[in-house]
Design a protein around this ligand. Structure first.
Ligand code: NDP
Ligand code: GDR
Length: 386
Protein backbone atom coordinates (compact mmCIF):
# COMPACT_ATOMS: atom_id res chain seq x y z
CA UNK A 1 0.00 0.00 0.00
CA UNK A 2 1.43 3.44 -0.89
CA UNK A 3 1.84 5.71 2.14
CA UNK A 4 -0.18 8.91 1.75
CA UNK A 5 0.69 12.07 3.66
CA UNK A 6 -2.68 13.60 2.73
CA UNK A 7 -6.14 12.01 2.84
CA UNK A 8 -7.67 10.67 -0.38
CA UNK A 9 -10.60 12.51 -1.93
CA UNK A 10 -13.77 12.27 0.17
CA UNK A 11 -17.23 12.54 -1.31
CA UNK A 12 -17.95 15.84 0.45
CA UNK A 13 -14.61 17.39 -0.49
CA UNK A 14 -15.01 20.70 -2.33
CA UNK A 15 -13.23 21.11 -5.65
CA UNK A 16 -11.59 24.43 -6.60
CA UNK A 17 -9.97 25.56 -9.83
CA UNK A 18 -7.43 28.40 -9.56
CA UNK A 19 -6.26 30.23 -12.67
CA UNK A 20 -2.95 31.96 -11.96
CA UNK A 21 -1.99 29.30 -9.40
CA UNK A 22 1.72 29.93 -10.06
CA UNK A 23 1.41 33.62 -9.07
CA UNK A 24 1.65 35.25 -5.64
CA UNK A 25 -2.04 34.99 -4.75
CA UNK A 26 -2.52 31.63 -6.44
CA UNK A 27 0.19 30.10 -4.26
CA UNK A 28 -1.22 31.44 -0.97
CA UNK A 29 -4.77 30.56 -1.98
CA UNK A 30 -3.84 27.00 -2.99
CA UNK A 31 -2.19 26.55 0.41
CA UNK A 32 -5.24 27.91 2.22
CA UNK A 33 -7.71 25.73 0.30
CA UNK A 34 -5.59 22.60 0.83
CA UNK A 35 -5.55 23.37 4.56
CA UNK A 36 -9.33 23.63 4.43
CA UNK A 37 -9.59 20.16 2.86
CA UNK A 38 -10.28 21.14 -0.77
CA UNK A 39 -9.23 19.24 -3.86
CA UNK A 40 -7.34 21.94 -5.76
CA UNK A 41 -6.75 22.22 -9.50
CA UNK A 42 -4.56 24.88 -11.07
CA UNK A 43 -4.26 26.34 -14.55
CA UNK A 44 -0.57 26.51 -15.38
CA UNK A 45 1.09 28.03 -18.45
CA UNK A 46 3.71 26.12 -20.33
CA UNK A 47 7.04 27.82 -19.79
CA UNK A 48 10.56 27.24 -21.08
CA UNK A 49 11.82 27.40 -17.48
CA UNK A 50 10.30 25.93 -14.32
CA UNK A 51 7.48 28.24 -13.20
CA UNK A 52 6.09 26.44 -10.15
CA UNK A 53 8.59 27.71 -7.55
CA UNK A 54 5.85 29.25 -5.44
CA UNK A 55 3.82 26.01 -5.22
CA UNK A 56 6.46 23.28 -5.42
CA UNK A 57 6.17 22.67 -1.66
CA UNK A 58 2.44 21.97 -2.12
CA UNK A 59 2.80 19.66 -5.12
CA UNK A 60 4.75 16.90 -3.42
CA UNK A 61 5.93 15.95 0.05
CA UNK A 62 9.60 15.89 1.04
CA UNK A 63 9.94 12.33 -0.27
CA UNK A 64 8.74 13.44 -3.73
CA UNK A 65 5.33 11.78 -3.38
CA UNK A 66 2.75 13.72 -5.39
CA UNK A 67 0.03 15.50 -3.44
CA UNK A 68 -3.16 13.67 -4.49
CA UNK A 69 -5.24 16.78 -3.77
CA UNK A 70 -3.35 19.18 -6.06
CA UNK A 71 -3.35 18.83 -9.85
CA UNK A 72 -2.11 21.32 -12.41
CA UNK A 73 -3.42 21.51 -15.97
CA UNK A 74 -1.60 23.17 -18.84
CA UNK A 75 -3.64 26.01 -20.22
CA UNK A 76 -4.04 29.67 -20.97
CA UNK A 77 -6.77 32.25 -20.49
CA UNK A 78 -6.52 33.11 -24.18
CA UNK A 79 -7.63 29.58 -25.18
CA UNK A 80 -11.38 28.95 -24.85
CA UNK A 81 -11.42 25.29 -25.85
CA UNK A 82 -8.68 24.51 -23.38
CA UNK A 83 -10.63 26.24 -20.59
CA UNK A 84 -13.85 24.43 -21.52
CA UNK A 85 -12.09 21.04 -21.46
CA UNK A 86 -10.43 21.67 -18.11
CA UNK A 87 -13.60 22.97 -16.45
CA UNK A 88 -15.53 19.99 -17.85
CA UNK A 89 -12.96 17.57 -16.44
CA UNK A 90 -12.64 19.26 -13.06
CA UNK A 91 -16.35 20.13 -12.45
CA UNK A 92 -15.30 22.75 -9.89
CA UNK A 93 -17.50 23.97 -7.05
CA UNK A 94 -15.45 27.19 -7.00
CA UNK A 95 -13.32 28.95 -9.61
CA UNK A 96 -10.88 31.65 -8.57
CA UNK A 97 -9.92 33.59 -11.69
CA UNK A 98 -6.56 35.04 -10.62
CA UNK A 99 -4.68 34.59 -13.89
CA UNK A 100 -3.71 37.89 -15.52
CA UNK A 101 -1.02 39.99 -17.10
CA UNK A 102 -0.92 41.85 -13.80
CA UNK A 103 1.76 44.52 -14.30
CA UNK A 104 0.28 47.98 -14.83
CA UNK A 105 3.32 49.49 -16.57
CA UNK A 106 3.83 46.47 -18.84
CA UNK A 107 0.19 46.78 -19.94
CA UNK A 108 1.14 49.99 -21.76
CA UNK A 109 3.63 47.91 -23.80
CA UNK A 110 1.26 44.98 -24.41
CA UNK A 111 -2.24 46.50 -24.36
CA UNK A 112 -3.93 44.08 -26.76
CA UNK A 113 -2.57 40.98 -25.03
CA UNK A 114 -3.61 42.44 -21.68
CA UNK A 115 -7.15 43.07 -22.96
CA UNK A 116 -7.36 39.51 -24.26
CA UNK A 117 -6.15 37.77 -21.11
CA UNK A 118 -7.44 40.08 -18.36
CA UNK A 119 -10.68 41.16 -20.06
CA UNK A 120 -11.84 38.51 -22.53
CA UNK A 121 -10.19 35.78 -20.43
CA UNK A 122 -12.78 36.49 -17.73
CA UNK A 123 -15.57 36.13 -20.28
CA UNK A 124 -14.09 32.81 -21.43
CA UNK A 125 -14.32 31.40 -17.89
CA UNK A 126 -17.87 32.63 -17.35
CA UNK A 127 -19.04 31.40 -20.74
CA UNK A 128 -17.39 27.99 -20.26
CA UNK A 129 -19.25 27.53 -16.98
CA UNK A 130 -22.53 28.57 -18.59
CA UNK A 131 -22.09 26.38 -21.70
CA UNK A 132 -21.20 23.34 -19.60
CA UNK A 133 -24.42 23.67 -17.62
CA UNK A 134 -22.54 24.51 -14.42
CA UNK A 135 -24.18 27.93 -13.88
CA UNK A 136 -25.98 26.76 -10.73
CA UNK A 137 -23.12 24.64 -9.36
CA UNK A 138 -19.94 26.64 -9.84
CA UNK A 139 -19.19 29.83 -7.88
CA UNK A 140 -16.79 32.22 -9.63
CA UNK A 141 -14.45 34.72 -7.99
CA UNK A 142 -13.08 37.45 -10.30
CA UNK A 143 -9.83 39.17 -9.27
CA UNK A 144 -10.88 42.78 -9.66
CA UNK A 145 -8.64 45.60 -8.56
CA UNK A 146 -8.38 49.02 -6.95
CA UNK A 147 -6.78 50.12 -10.25
CA UNK A 148 -10.39 50.42 -11.49
CA UNK A 149 -10.69 53.63 -9.41
CA UNK A 150 -7.74 55.24 -11.22
CA UNK A 151 -8.16 58.99 -11.29
CA UNK A 152 -9.42 60.00 -7.86
CA UNK A 153 -13.21 60.49 -7.73
CA UNK A 154 -13.63 60.14 -3.95
CA UNK A 155 -11.72 58.78 -0.94
CA UNK A 156 -11.78 56.33 0.66
CA UNK A 157 -12.80 54.17 -2.30
CA UNK A 158 -15.70 51.82 -1.66
CA UNK A 159 -18.01 49.44 -3.55
CA UNK A 160 -20.03 52.48 -4.76
CA UNK A 161 -17.15 54.73 -5.89
CA UNK A 162 -17.23 55.41 -9.66
CA UNK A 163 -14.44 53.87 -11.76
CA UNK A 164 -11.97 55.84 -13.91
CA UNK A 165 -9.30 53.38 -15.12
CA UNK A 166 -5.89 54.82 -16.05
CA UNK A 167 -4.05 52.01 -17.87
CA UNK A 168 -4.72 49.28 -20.43
CA UNK A 169 -4.55 46.86 -17.48
CA UNK A 170 -7.26 48.71 -15.57
CA UNK A 171 -9.46 49.08 -18.67
CA UNK A 172 -9.17 45.33 -19.31
CA UNK A 173 -10.05 44.63 -15.67
CA UNK A 174 -13.03 46.99 -16.01
CA UNK A 175 -14.40 44.66 -18.69
CA UNK A 176 -13.71 41.69 -16.40
CA UNK A 177 -15.59 43.44 -13.58
CA UNK A 178 -18.69 44.25 -15.62
CA UNK A 179 -18.91 40.96 -17.49
CA UNK A 180 -18.88 39.22 -14.10
CA UNK A 181 -21.74 41.44 -12.90
CA UNK A 182 -23.58 40.84 -16.17
CA UNK A 183 -23.38 37.04 -15.98
CA UNK A 184 -24.59 37.20 -12.39
CA UNK A 185 -27.61 39.30 -13.39
CA UNK A 186 -28.35 37.62 -16.73
CA UNK A 187 -27.94 33.96 -15.76
CA UNK A 188 -28.28 33.98 -11.96
CA UNK A 189 -24.71 32.78 -11.57
CA UNK A 190 -22.77 33.12 -8.32
CA UNK A 191 -20.13 35.30 -10.01
CA UNK A 192 -18.55 37.99 -7.84
CA UNK A 193 -15.78 40.59 -7.81
CA UNK A 194 -13.26 41.06 -5.06
CA UNK A 195 -11.98 44.61 -5.58
CA UNK A 196 -8.65 44.11 -3.89
CA UNK A 197 -6.23 46.89 -3.03
CA UNK A 198 -2.49 46.23 -3.35
CA UNK A 199 -1.28 43.23 -1.40
CA UNK A 200 2.29 42.11 -1.11
CA UNK A 201 4.41 39.39 0.48
CA UNK A 202 7.79 37.67 0.22
CA UNK A 203 6.25 35.89 -2.82
CA UNK A 204 5.46 39.16 -4.60
CA UNK A 205 6.77 39.43 -8.18
CA UNK A 206 10.19 41.10 -8.27
CA UNK A 207 9.14 44.03 -10.49
CA UNK A 208 6.33 45.38 -8.29
CA UNK A 209 7.52 48.33 -6.26
CA UNK A 210 7.44 46.86 -2.74
CA UNK A 211 9.42 43.76 -3.68
CA UNK A 212 11.80 45.80 -5.83
CA UNK A 213 12.47 47.91 -2.74
CA UNK A 214 12.88 45.04 -0.24
CA UNK A 215 15.16 43.12 -2.62
CA UNK A 216 17.18 46.25 -3.36
CA UNK A 217 17.55 47.22 0.30
CA UNK A 218 18.64 43.69 1.20
CA UNK A 219 21.26 43.74 -1.57
CA UNK A 220 22.53 47.19 -0.48
CA UNK A 221 22.99 46.25 3.19
CA UNK A 222 24.67 42.98 2.17
CA UNK A 223 27.19 44.98 0.11
CA UNK A 224 25.99 43.64 -3.25
CA UNK A 225 24.94 46.91 -4.88
CA UNK A 226 25.07 50.66 -4.26
CA UNK A 227 21.55 51.93 -4.85
CA UNK A 228 18.09 51.35 -6.30
CA UNK A 229 16.27 53.35 -8.98
CA UNK A 230 12.56 54.00 -8.65
CA UNK A 231 9.86 55.98 -10.44
CA UNK A 232 7.07 58.01 -8.81
CA UNK A 233 7.85 58.25 -5.08
CA UNK A 234 4.70 60.30 -4.38
CA UNK A 235 2.26 57.54 -5.38
CA UNK A 236 0.17 56.39 -2.42
CA UNK A 237 -1.04 52.83 -2.01
CA UNK A 238 -3.18 50.93 0.52
CA UNK A 239 -0.85 47.97 1.08
CA UNK A 240 -1.84 44.73 2.83
CA UNK A 241 -0.43 41.19 3.10
CA UNK A 242 -1.41 38.63 0.42
CA UNK A 243 -1.98 35.95 3.09
CA UNK A 244 -4.79 38.04 4.59
CA UNK A 245 -6.26 38.83 1.18
CA UNK A 246 -6.62 35.23 -0.03
CA UNK A 247 -8.60 34.51 3.14
CA UNK A 248 -10.98 37.31 2.08
CA UNK A 249 -11.33 35.77 -1.42
CA UNK A 250 -12.42 32.50 0.11
CA UNK A 251 -14.87 34.22 2.46
CA UNK A 252 -16.45 36.09 -0.47
CA UNK A 253 -17.33 32.77 -2.11
CA UNK A 254 -18.77 31.31 1.13
CA UNK A 255 -21.53 33.96 1.28
CA UNK A 256 -25.14 32.92 0.68
CA UNK A 257 -25.75 35.75 -1.80
CA UNK A 258 -23.32 36.76 -4.57
CA UNK A 259 -21.98 40.27 -3.84
CA UNK A 260 -18.92 42.35 -4.73
CA UNK A 261 -16.52 43.41 -1.97
CA UNK A 262 -13.69 45.91 -1.52
CA UNK A 263 -10.77 44.39 0.40
CA UNK A 264 -8.37 46.96 1.87
CA UNK A 265 -6.71 48.10 5.08
CA UNK A 266 -7.99 51.71 4.98
CA UNK A 267 -4.46 53.11 5.42
CA UNK A 268 -2.41 54.67 2.63
CA UNK A 269 1.36 55.22 2.41
CA UNK A 270 3.68 56.80 -0.16
CA UNK A 271 6.30 54.79 -2.05
CA UNK A 272 8.86 57.11 -0.38
CA UNK A 273 7.70 56.04 3.09
CA UNK A 274 7.83 52.38 2.07
CA UNK A 275 11.52 52.93 1.19
CA UNK A 276 12.11 54.52 4.63
CA UNK A 277 10.38 51.63 6.40
CA UNK A 278 12.34 48.98 4.47
CA UNK A 279 15.70 50.57 5.35
CA UNK A 280 14.59 51.11 8.97
CA UNK A 281 13.88 47.38 9.24
CA UNK A 282 17.61 46.71 8.86
CA UNK A 283 18.63 49.63 11.09
CA UNK A 284 19.42 52.13 8.33
CA UNK A 285 17.92 55.61 8.53
CA UNK A 286 17.63 57.41 5.21
CA UNK A 287 16.65 60.99 4.39
CA UNK A 288 15.27 62.19 1.07
CA UNK A 289 16.51 65.41 -0.55
CA UNK A 290 15.84 67.20 -3.84
CA UNK A 291 12.66 66.83 -5.85
CA UNK A 292 11.28 65.34 -9.05
CA UNK A 293 13.80 63.42 -11.12
CA UNK A 294 16.61 64.87 -8.97
CA UNK A 295 15.32 63.38 -5.72
CA UNK A 296 17.66 61.03 -3.86
CA UNK A 297 17.83 59.25 -0.50
CA UNK A 298 21.01 59.28 1.60
CA UNK A 299 22.00 57.25 4.63
CA UNK A 300 22.02 59.38 7.79
CA UNK A 301 22.50 56.71 10.44
CA UNK A 302 23.03 52.94 10.92
CA UNK A 303 21.93 51.45 14.23
CA UNK A 304 22.57 47.71 13.66
CA UNK A 305 26.15 46.51 13.80
CA UNK A 306 25.42 43.79 11.28
CA UNK A 307 24.44 46.09 8.41
CA UNK A 308 26.67 49.12 7.92
CA UNK A 309 26.28 51.50 5.00
CA UNK A 310 28.49 54.62 5.13
CA UNK A 311 26.71 57.79 6.22
CA UNK A 312 26.09 60.07 3.23
CA UNK A 313 25.88 57.22 0.70
CA UNK A 314 23.16 57.72 -1.91
CA UNK A 315 20.99 54.60 -1.81
CA UNK A 316 17.94 55.57 -3.86
CA UNK A 317 17.49 57.64 -7.02
CA UNK A 318 14.56 58.57 -9.22
CA UNK A 319 14.65 57.25 -12.78
CA UNK A 320 11.92 58.58 -15.10
CA UNK A 321 12.09 55.30 -17.06
CA UNK A 322 9.79 53.93 -14.34
CA UNK A 323 7.18 56.69 -14.71
CA UNK A 324 3.88 55.63 -16.29
CA UNK A 325 2.14 57.50 -19.14
CA UNK A 326 -0.88 57.93 -16.84
CA UNK A 327 -0.53 57.31 -13.12
CA UNK A 328 -2.85 56.36 -10.27
CA UNK A 329 -1.76 58.78 -7.54
CA UNK A 330 -3.88 57.85 -4.53
CA UNK A 331 -5.54 54.63 -3.43
CA UNK A 332 -7.15 54.19 -0.05
CA UNK A 333 -9.86 51.58 0.40
CA UNK A 334 -12.90 51.53 2.62
CA UNK A 335 -13.05 48.11 4.34
CA UNK A 336 -16.36 48.78 6.13
CA UNK A 337 -18.41 46.25 4.13
CA UNK A 338 -15.88 43.42 4.17
CA UNK A 339 -15.38 43.81 7.93
CA UNK A 340 -19.13 43.86 8.61
CA UNK A 341 -20.31 41.14 6.23
CA UNK A 342 -17.29 38.85 5.90
CA UNK A 343 -15.95 39.37 9.43
CA UNK A 344 -12.58 39.90 7.73
CA UNK A 345 -9.75 41.55 9.67
CA UNK A 346 -6.19 41.66 8.38
CA UNK A 347 -3.59 40.08 10.69
CA UNK A 348 -0.69 42.06 9.20
CA UNK A 349 -0.31 45.85 9.39
CA UNK A 350 2.22 47.66 7.18
CA UNK A 351 5.20 47.38 9.60
CA UNK A 352 4.55 43.62 9.94
CA UNK A 353 4.36 43.28 6.14
CA UNK A 354 7.64 45.17 5.66
CA UNK A 355 9.31 43.05 8.35
CA UNK A 356 8.16 39.81 6.68
CA UNK A 357 9.38 40.92 3.25
CA UNK A 358 12.71 42.32 4.49
CA UNK A 359 13.53 39.24 6.56
CA UNK A 360 12.82 36.96 3.59
CA UNK A 361 14.91 39.02 1.15
CA UNK A 362 17.88 39.39 3.49
CA UNK A 363 17.89 35.61 3.97
CA UNK A 364 17.47 35.07 0.22
CA UNK A 365 20.52 37.15 -0.70
CA UNK A 366 22.92 36.07 2.06
CA UNK A 367 24.21 33.20 -0.04
CA UNK A 368 24.69 35.38 -3.14
CA UNK A 369 26.51 38.00 -1.04
CA UNK A 370 28.82 35.28 0.27
CA UNK A 371 29.50 34.04 -3.28
CA UNK A 372 30.16 37.57 -4.54
CA UNK A 373 32.67 38.20 -1.75
CA UNK A 374 34.50 35.07 -2.94
CA UNK A 375 34.74 36.54 -6.45
CA UNK A 376 31.92 34.50 -7.98
CA UNK A 377 29.36 35.96 -10.32
CA UNK A 378 25.68 35.88 -9.32
CA UNK A 379 22.90 36.41 -11.77
CA UNK A 380 20.65 39.09 -10.27
CA UNK A 381 22.47 41.98 -12.00
CA UNK A 382 20.73 41.51 -15.33
CA UNK A 383 17.22 41.54 -13.89
CA UNK A 384 14.85 43.87 -15.68
CA UNK A 385 12.93 46.06 -13.25
CA UNK A 386 9.64 47.51 -14.42
P1 NDP B 1 0.91 37.53 -10.35
O1 NDP B 1 1.41 38.36 -11.47
O2 NDP B 1 1.83 37.14 -9.24
O3 NDP B 1 0.30 36.17 -10.93
C1 NDP B 1 -0.42 36.16 -12.14
C2 NDP B 1 -0.74 34.73 -12.51
O4 NDP B 1 -1.45 34.73 -13.76
C3 NDP B 1 0.51 33.85 -12.73
O5 NDP B 1 0.22 32.55 -12.29
C4 NDP B 1 0.66 33.87 -14.24
O6 NDP B 1 1.35 32.76 -14.74
C5 NDP B 1 -0.82 33.81 -14.64
N1 NDP B 1 -1.04 34.21 -16.02
C6 NDP B 1 -0.53 35.27 -16.68
N2 NDP B 1 -0.95 35.29 -17.95
C7 NDP B 1 -1.76 34.21 -18.10
C8 NDP B 1 -2.48 33.66 -19.18
N3 NDP B 1 -2.43 34.21 -20.39
N4 NDP B 1 -3.20 32.53 -18.98
C9 NDP B 1 -3.21 31.94 -17.77
N5 NDP B 1 -2.54 32.41 -16.69
C10 NDP B 1 -1.82 33.54 -16.86
O7 NDP B 1 -0.38 38.28 -9.78
P2 NDP B 1 -0.97 38.29 -8.29
O8 NDP B 1 -0.93 36.93 -7.73
O9 NDP B 1 -0.37 39.41 -7.54
O10 NDP B 1 -2.49 38.72 -8.57
C11 NDP B 1 -3.51 37.75 -8.80
C12 NDP B 1 -4.67 38.42 -9.52
O11 NDP B 1 -5.20 39.46 -8.72
C13 NDP B 1 -4.32 39.05 -10.86
O12 NDP B 1 -5.44 38.90 -11.71
C14 NDP B 1 -4.12 40.52 -10.53
O13 NDP B 1 -4.37 41.31 -11.66
C15 NDP B 1 -5.15 40.70 -9.44
N6 NDP B 1 -4.90 41.70 -8.43
C16 NDP B 1 -3.70 41.69 -7.74
C17 NDP B 1 -3.49 42.59 -6.72
C18 NDP B 1 -2.21 42.62 -5.96
O14 NDP B 1 -1.96 43.63 -5.28
N7 NDP B 1 -1.41 41.56 -5.97
C19 NDP B 1 -4.54 43.57 -6.35
C20 NDP B 1 -5.75 43.46 -7.11
C21 NDP B 1 -5.91 42.54 -8.11
P3 NDP B 1 2.97 32.72 -14.81
O15 NDP B 1 3.42 32.37 -13.42
O16 NDP B 1 3.21 31.67 -15.82
O17 NDP B 1 3.41 34.10 -15.22
P1 GDR C 1 0.41 48.81 -9.00
O1 GDR C 1 1.73 48.20 -8.31
O2 GDR C 1 0.70 49.51 -10.25
O3 GDR C 1 -0.30 49.57 -7.92
O4 GDR C 1 -0.38 47.48 -9.39
P2 GDR C 1 3.27 48.57 -8.47
O5 GDR C 1 3.93 48.00 -7.28
O6 GDR C 1 3.79 48.18 -9.81
O7 GDR C 1 3.28 50.17 -8.39
C1 GDR C 1 2.81 50.86 -7.24
C2 GDR C 1 3.16 52.32 -7.36
O8 GDR C 1 4.58 52.47 -7.23
C3 GDR C 1 5.04 53.37 -8.23
N1 GDR C 1 6.46 53.10 -8.51
C4 GDR C 1 6.95 51.99 -9.08
N2 GDR C 1 6.36 50.86 -9.50
C5 GDR C 1 7.15 49.88 -10.02
N3 GDR C 1 6.58 48.72 -10.38
N4 GDR C 1 8.50 50.04 -10.14
C6 GDR C 1 9.14 51.18 -9.74
O9 GDR C 1 10.35 51.30 -9.87
C7 GDR C 1 8.34 52.19 -9.18
N5 GDR C 1 8.60 53.41 -8.64
C8 GDR C 1 7.47 53.94 -8.25
C9 GDR C 1 4.14 53.10 -9.41
O10 GDR C 1 4.21 54.18 -10.36
C10 GDR C 1 2.79 52.97 -8.71
O11 GDR C 1 2.22 54.22 -8.48
C11 GDR C 1 -0.45 46.37 -8.49
C12 GDR C 1 -0.57 45.10 -9.34
O12 GDR C 1 -0.48 44.00 -8.47
C13 GDR C 1 -1.91 45.06 -10.05
O13 GDR C 1 -2.07 43.80 -10.69
C14 GDR C 1 -3.03 45.26 -9.03
O14 GDR C 1 -4.26 45.29 -9.68
C15 GDR C 1 -2.80 46.56 -8.25
O15 GDR C 1 -1.54 46.50 -7.62
C16 GDR C 1 -3.86 46.78 -7.18
Amino acid sequence: MPVRTLPAKQNDMKVALITGITGQDGAYLAELLLEKGYEVHGLKRRSSLFNTDRIDHLMADKHGRKNPRLTNHYGDLSDSTNLIRIIQEVQPDEIYNLGAMSHVKVSFDAPEYTADVDGVGTLRILEAVRLLGLAKKTKIYQASTSELYGLVQEVPQSETTPFYPRSPYAVAKLYGYWITVNYREAYGMFAVNGILFNHESPLRGETFVTRKITRGVAQIVLGMRDDISLGNLDAKRDWGHAKDYVEAMWRILQQDEPEDFVIATGITTTVRDFVRLAFAEVGVEVAFEGEGVGEIARVVNCSMGEYQVATGTIVCRVNPAYFRPTEVELLIGDPTKCKAKLGWEPKYDLPALVKDMMQADVELFKRDAYLMKGGHKVNWQHEQHQ
